[in-house]
Design a protein around this ligand. Sequence first.
Ligand code: H2U
Length: 341
Amino acid sequence: MENTNLQDYSHKRLNILTGEWVLVSPHRAKRPWQGQNEEISKEKRPSYDPTCYLCASNTRANGEVNPDYQDVFIFDNDFAALQSDSPSFSVNDGLFKAQSETGICKVICFSPDHSKSLAEMSVDEIQKVVVAWQNEYTILGANENINYVQIFENKGAVMGCSNPHPHGQIWSQSTLPNEVEKKDNQQFNYFEKHQKSLLETYLHQELATKERIIFENDDFVVLIPFWAVWPFETMIAPKKSQKNITEMSAEQAKNFAEAISVITSTYDKLFNTSFPYSSGIHQAPTNGLENNHWHWHMSFYPPLLRSATVKKFMVGYEMFGSPQRDITAEIAAQRLRDLVG
Ligand code: H2U
């Protein structure tokens, strides 16, 4: 796309997956910064921490002892936000509306090595995490009370992560969360009209221009979406539409693991820090429907803006109006692309 206006003048871009707009203000990218700096943690972690709740053989907060696990370890969250045995009820009192919600929450330790993050793990080690995610989607999705499985990771204290041990979470529940419902509707409407995947069609267009592509292998593409909100937000998506992660072959799971390895290690190089983010996989609900409109993808939402210590705040206009960014998706993609390898 040869449109220099997008690099020079304020405009709005449409997120085709949510139907929402983001305001882009490229001319502001050079403004001086006199605001808050985040602390950089220079702490070098040991491979084993006797006080860590997630390290192998240690005792968790509720008194249970972790096994001496060798790669991936999954357990039911001891402080689960959703419970499978809570009562079913609803409130319909005029404009007061509420309904009960049940679910199952799990914690997934990516590695017994306390000092590592996904960025430092090998592709083979990450593939074991991918296979564990596939298994959990299958097991939880088979439960008739579970209609959606949300896999995610909070990395870094700045993202509210409670423990530096490499781990993620899986929250599964009876209804679709807000973000998933938006993507469900958008993809459904496109599929109904065009009989093809919205995201696959979008990826074709991206692969033709290459402007926002950071990395690709045979099966996956890593890019900054045209509509990205966070300065260095990225997405990993299979080139050919798949509804959920269980459709990946072993070879594809390895290529997905490679894509995760490339983007997380590239992030660490950008500001020479262990790059914080929230990442998550959006995929087809497990509600027993065909869901042919779904094309799964993994998104990374990192808060850092211009250094290891200056982060983007989603405040003010973002809270009351729309999300807004200064550095364009194309410039951010160029910076990440230059660091790959
Ligand atoms: P975060 O670091 O993303 O907050 O995830 C850690 C999760 O681990 C958190 O949801 C759970 C917390 O409830 N946890 C346990 O289940 N048992 C423990 O002993 C410590 C933490």
